[in-house]
Design a protein around this ligand. Sequence first.
Ligand SMILES: [Zn+2]
Ligand SMILES: [Zn+2]
Length: 253
Amino acid sequence: MKELKQIAPLPQPQQRQRSYSYSPYHRAAEYVGIVSFFVLLGLMGHEAYAALTTTMTAQAWWILGGGILGGVLAADFVSGLFHFLADNFGNEELPILGPNVIHPFREHHVDPKAMTKHDFVETNGNNCLICVPVLIAFYTLLPLQANVWMVLFATFWVSLNLGVFMTNQIHKWAHIDDPPAWVASLQAWHLVLRPDHHEVHHTPPHKSYYCITTGWLNAPLAAIHFFPLLEKFLRRWTPIARIDEPRRRRAAQ
Ligand SMILES: [Zn+2]
Ligand SMILES: [Zn+2]
């Protein structure tokens, strides 16, 4: 008699969580990442502030306002782009990116409250580790000069990185049932991601409203079908979809 092939049960979220353990080495790296991030950002911020208050006081307000606003918008866009890529491409077995970026985003759809149990270091360490190499490159390759555009760029850059740093924290706040009053005020004033706004992304099939810093860009990007068009473009014209192939082949076996 032909033997029936046993189908292994799908792993439960809790079991899958354990396969990506949060090791003491990872936590130590996150501590180093957070400290390095603030040292580098402090150096850049200090140079930009010195240039604003000594050589370009007349333009200081528009440089400050334009740089901060541009940085916040860019951080919201970057959060949406990373989130979109992690939700739709690659698999959780990819080295480094799989357990640290793709797994948390996908697990978050299954268990949205899990991230609320993470402390400050676990919540924010990964984003610092991503930002630090980019900050070092910009700080060493683009030394700040006392000209308006460079100072505007430095202000934008500091604001963008602070926005990226805050993204996971803001996202976590959007999932806390009873956030501190000052956080609830920021959410009510639309300065950070609102829980009701973010709920749109948590409604299956999780294909819109990817931006999770302020969420300001979600409606405009949805109106122009940005992410569906980007997904079509990437699948049609780039090899990015091929990184899913090993998982698909194994699933078909
Ligand atoms: Zn998602
Ligand atoms: Zn969420």
